[in-house]
Design a protein around this ligand. Structure first.
Ligand code: CP
Ligand code: NVA
Length: 324
């Protein structure tokens, strides 16, 4: 099976379990592995799967995924597991380093004899890339140090549910220019959203990814602002997003990061710099009292649990496009 020769086999806008647009290329290693058309289709399919889940109860019949996680997870692990089960498929899960007990290229060629797709949460982006290189089945990046594409899909789905559109909105990310920020920037600007990052010195996103996002923004006519002034980033924002100051694998930097980021806490005063109808987003897990206060997390404008729910629906749509 050559996973890189999958054809687009359905017309965007038609949602039948046996007539789903296939994601050409077949791996989701970073956000840009989905074309703009596939991204738009996925969001519409996710809406449909959320509206009528029973229509997809057998869509993954006989299919399975193997989940390889080098880092902990609540949402990603359980929502992939549930997505497969609710669509008639199954999943197996293994947590631990990939390529230590035996070479990664052997792990990949074992798994592809058993499962229809690999979902991997890793440290190095090169690990998901190597899994994709060595396996014949689709590989989905379930978070790496560089990207969190599955999260960004659920995030834009949530913003669209709240505002009824994406183009012309402004998303502000306050904090670390990390994996979540990088995926959001790439995904938001492609969809015509302005993206602002309020970030301390020394914690900017990868300049190559910013350059990629600027190219996409030039096409969609979106604006990208990167500033050290959190209030400036929030000006006019429809959605305010933050994430932990020390990501998984950076625990030893937690103390110095608390100092570096202390002006970037999304508290009531900072949140008030955004539009009065702005929503609050967080990928979770959150550290209340650090990047966000309890009052913002629990406020009526917090959409964090809607976001978490949408992980399930967005990933169902992704699996339908990549595995069926
Ligand atoms: N947001 C997210 O990916 O959560 P988990 O780390 O719990 O999977
Ligand atoms: N940036 C965080 C996201 C967790 C979902 C991390 O990588 O730990």
């Amino acid at each position: 099976m050559n996973k890189h020769s999958v054809e687009v086999n359905a017309v965007a806008g038609t949602f039948q379990p046996d007539n789903i647009l296939k994601a050409a290329g077949s791996d989701l290693l970073c956000d840009l592995d989905l074309t703009n058309d596939e991204l738009g289709y996925l969001l519409d399919l996710a809406d449909e799967v959320k509206r009528a889940p029973k229509n997809y109860a057998n869509a993954m019949g006989g299919k399975s995924i193997g989940m390889l996680f080098e880092k902990p997870s609540l949402r990603t692990k359980l929502t992939f597991d549930l997505a497969m089960a609710q669509m008639g498929g199954s999943s197996v899960f293994l947590e631990g380093p990939i390529g230590v007990r035996e070479p990664l290229k052997d792990v990949a060629r074992n798994l592809d004899r058993w499962v229809n797709g690999i979902v991997a949460r890793v440290f190095a982006q090169s690990t998901v890339e190597a899994l994709a290189q060595w396996s014949s089945v689709p590989v989905i990046n379930a978070l790496s140090d560089a990207f969190h594409p599955c999260q960004a899909l659920a995030d834009v789905l949530t913003i669209r549910e709240r505002f009824g559109r994406l183009s012309g909105l402004k998303l502000a990310f306050i904090g670390d220019g990390n994996n979540v920020a990088q995926s959001l920037m790439l995904t938001a600007v492609r969809l015509g959203m302005d993206f602002a990052l309020g970030c301390p010195t020394g914690y900017l996103p990868d300049p190559d990814i910013v350059a990629q996002a600027e190219g996409l923004a030039a096409v969609s006519k979106a604006a990208i602002t990167i500033t050290h002034n959190a209030a400036e980033a929030l000006d006019g924002a429809h959605a305010v997003y933050t994430d932990v100051w020390a990501s998984m694998g950076q625990e030893q930097e937690a103390v110095e990061r608390r100092t570096a980021f202390h002006l970037y806490q999304v508290n009531d005063a900072l949140f008030a710099q955004a539009r009065p109808d702005a929503i609050f987003l967080h990928c979770l897990p959150a550290k209340r009292g650090e990047e966000v206060t309890d009052s913002v997390m629990e406020s009526e404008r917090s959409a964090v649990f809607q976001q978490a729910e949408n992980r399930l629906h967005a990933q169902k749509a992704l699996l339908l496009m990549m595995l069926t």
